[in-house]
Design a protein around this ligand. Structure first.
Ligand code: HSE
Length: 298
């Protein structure tokens, strides 16, 4: 028995929702083939596309898969995983989450779904912990549930699936630089001035309301981040220019995707999203860094 999966990229934070808000892209994504095996545990048999460790304990898919298997009482066999990696590690569009979520989703399918999609999230988070040293769920939750998700609470874990306004399109430019999530977390401050916190939770609450009411103007007013983005944007060459080029070309908002270096913009239709992608690319040409651009539904 085997299963072939598409493991989607995700945008975490979405400006005002650091560590709590995320969305799932239709593309790009990885592919994965998972097979049942008589050997207990998880074997990563092949990784194509990126140079990543095959040792189970050092691989995010391996660690997430083991976390799931450890919850099963009488399961004596195991699984083999082949990973076809299109999403580069350190890209800011949920590379590790795609592997972790894909592994637990596929294994759960082959076991006839002992766990719900939400119950898989804590296992996938173990993969994220290996990759970044932080147990964050804002990439694995949208990868497993689709659309927008909100981590209402980490302890206890409480995750909500949110509606997606039907015209919303994401544009992502991915500069070919690696920013490790752990490094991008190390630049953050541990306290937030009350005034900034007020602005941020007002924006986050407004953004959630906009998703329920398809209110694109409200969404545009809420897509800001005064807490994390100013500290991290210095790690991304050309960030301010690219963001500005997205906004002047019709984006509802633009910001750092996850922990960067990818930069995302949201817009209301494919033509605008494509125009934003072209403008971001033209702007980026000045910075002598290669990049690729993705336009995707959510
Ligand atoms: N919320 C996490 C962070 C996402 O911004 O560090 C990492 O992809």
């Amino acid at each position: 028995k085997e299963i072939k999966l598409f493991c989607p990229a995700t945008i975490a934070n979405v400006s005002c929702g650091f560590d709590v808000l995320g969305l799932c892209l239709e593309q790009p994504g990885d592919e994965m083939i998972i097979k049942k095996s008589f050997t207990p545990g998880i074997q990563i048999t092949k990784i194509i596309g990126q140079d990543l460790p095959l040792e189970t304990e050092k691989n995010v898919a391996g660690v997430a898969g083991l976390a799931l298997l450890n919850e099963l009482k009488d399961f004596k066999s195991g699984f083999e995983i082949e990973i076809y990696k299109n999403i580069k590690p350190g890209s800011g569009i949920g590379s590790s989450a795609a592997s972790a979520a894909g592994a637990v989703f596929g294994i759960n399918q082959l076991l006839n779904q002992p766990f719900s999609a939400k119950e898989l999230i804590p296992f996938a988070m173990q993969g994220e912990f290996l990759a970044s040293g932080a147990l964050h769920a804002d990439n694995v939750a949208p990868a497993l549930l689709g659309g927008f998700t909100l981590v209402r609470s980490y302890e206890p874990l409480d995750i909500l699936k949110l509606p997606v306004p039907n015209q919303l399109i994401a544009t992502v430019i991915h500069p070919q630089l690696e920013v490790k999530t752990a490094d991008a977390r190390a630049v953050l401050k541990h306290t937030v001035p009350l005034k900034k916190a007020i602005t941020q939770w007002g924006n986050l609450a407004g953004l959630i309301s906009a998703l329920y009411t398809n209110d694109y103007d409200l969404l545009a007013r809420c897509l800001h981040d005064e807490i994390v983005e100013p500290l991290r944007s210095v790690l991304i060459p050309g960030f301010n220019e690219v963001k500005e080029s997205a906004l002047v070309n019709g984006a509802l908002g633009s910001g750092i995707s996850g922990s960067g270096p990818s930069i995302f913009a949201l817009s209301k239709d494919k033509i605008t999203a494509q125009k934003i992608g072209d403008a971001m690319a033209t702007t980026y040409k000045k910075f002598e860094v290669d990049y690729d651009v993705h336009v995707s539904s959510i």
